[in-house]
Design a protein around this ligand. Structure first.
Ligand SMILES: [Zn+2]
Length: 387
């Protein structure tokens, strides 16, 4: 077992002890019903934790699957974009070539026209040749209104057409460049998305590993808690299951604290230390404010003292009386006990005194009646003798 698992077990045990207000060690001690219940609670708790971890793992696996789907999708989109970019680049290069070609055409035509114009000039006016040669292009030359008339309409139209074609190619080139920029931008976005997803995946992987480690630790704890539960169960069975002697003594049950009739906590589910707790008896508190100790506790029915425990945990000092027929009464948190194991006691006989020993916050009697081994609500059974 690793250190981490040991630590997990210790933490869980600490939490359970706090939750149930028990100071008992992890291993169940003397066979009390309380230890058995505590073990049951612990087992429930660890089973709940295991179920929660299972749900968490499933959720994390689903998240991973979802992230993987997105990663695949982004990868595919990047592939498509890369293809698009490559094709658009080719288009752009082709367009640039076309443009270069067109520029060359214009240049050649321009030069040709210049030659022709030179000839025309010399022929028609004998003017200065240097004026014509000084201009850079024929296009510039055209702007001079006085020379425009000297050139044929067909020549002008051809040059204009070439210029228009050049402009169209330039516009198309700009559109392709825009498209390319767009695609590259999108590719950049997709690549950051890809990086984000990769980082998310890393986080999810580590969360999942953590959950798996916790599952492993919880499973180890479960094994130990289950063993503890089995031991506590065996102890309870040894204490309550087999020891009953003879037939039920019969008769009615009587209220066990003749001087006090106050039930401070009834039988059944209640909240104890902020957690649900099944209270398998009733608490008879012997006063509010300054607590009153040592009021006599009497046997609810006749029988033989089966258990007399002196303890500072759980039920504290307590007695179990066997009334035959697998019927028992239990008297917990006593200040002192007046009888011992094997004593036969008669109904109404003083058997102990009220205290606050064990897991108790003030003087009270914790009283249980178990019919055929099962705890039942004592309140209605002893109601007629309640003071
Ligand atoms: Zn109680």
């Amino acid at each position: 077992m690793t250190k981490k698992i040991l630590k997990g077990v210790f933490c869980l045990a600490a939490v359970l002890c706090l939750c149930f207000g028990l100071l008992n060690p992890i291993i169940a001690s003397a066979g009390t019903m309380e230890d058995y219940q505590a073990a049951q609670e612990k087992l429930d708790q660890i089973n709940k934790e295991i179920a929660a971890l299972k749900t968490q793992k499933e959720k994390q696996e689903a998240e991973k699957k979802n992230a993987q789907t997105q990663i695949d999708l982004v990868k595919k989109q990047i592939e498509i974009l890369t293809g698009d970019i490559s094709r658009t680049n080719d288009d752009l290069l082709a367009k640039q070539e076309e443009l270069e070609q067109k520029k060359e055409d214009i240049q050649q035509t321009d030069e040709l026209f210049k030659e022709r114009l030179k000839a025309m000039y010399i022929m028609r006016s004998g003017g200065s040749l240097s004026t014509v040669l000084a201009v850079d292009s024929f296009s510039e030359f055209l702007t001079a209104a006085d020379t425009l008339q000297r050139i044929s309409v067909a020549d002008t139209e051809l040059l204009q057409l070439l210029e228009e074609q050049k402009k169209a190619i330039e516009e198309e080139e700009a559109r392709i460049q825009d498209r390319l920029n767009n695609l590259v931008e999108k590719q950049g976005e997709m690549e950051s998305k890809q990086a984000e997803l990769a980082s998310l995946m890393k986080t999810l992987d580590s969360s999942l590993s953590e959950t798996e480690a916790r599952q492993q630790a919880a499973s180890e704890t479960q094994k130990e808690v289950y063993q503890e539960y089995l031991r506590a169960k065996e102890a309870v069975e040894a204490e309550f299951g087999e020891g009953s002697t003879g037939d039920f003594v019969g008769g009615e049950w009587i209220w066990p604290v003749p001087t006090n009739g106050h039930i401070s906590s009834p039988f059944g589910w209640r909240t104890l230390y902020g957690v649900p707790d099944n209270h398998i008896g009733i608490d008879i508190a012997t006063g509010s404010g300054p607590y009153i100790f040592n009021q006599p506790i009497v046997a609810s029915n006749s029988g033989t003292v089966k258990t007399a425990i002196h303890s500072n945990k759980g039920y504290g000092n307590y007695l179990i009386i066997d009334h035959g027929g697998n019927n028992f009464t239990l008297y917990g948190h006593c200040n002192s006990l007046a009888v011992g194991v094997g004593d036969y006691v008669t109904q109404g006989q003083t058997i102990a005194y009220v205290g606050s020993t064990g897991n108790s916050t003030g003087p009270h009697l914790h009283f249980e009646i178990r019919l055929n081994g099962t705890p039942v609500d004592p309140a209605p059974l002893v109601a007629s003798t309640r003071p």
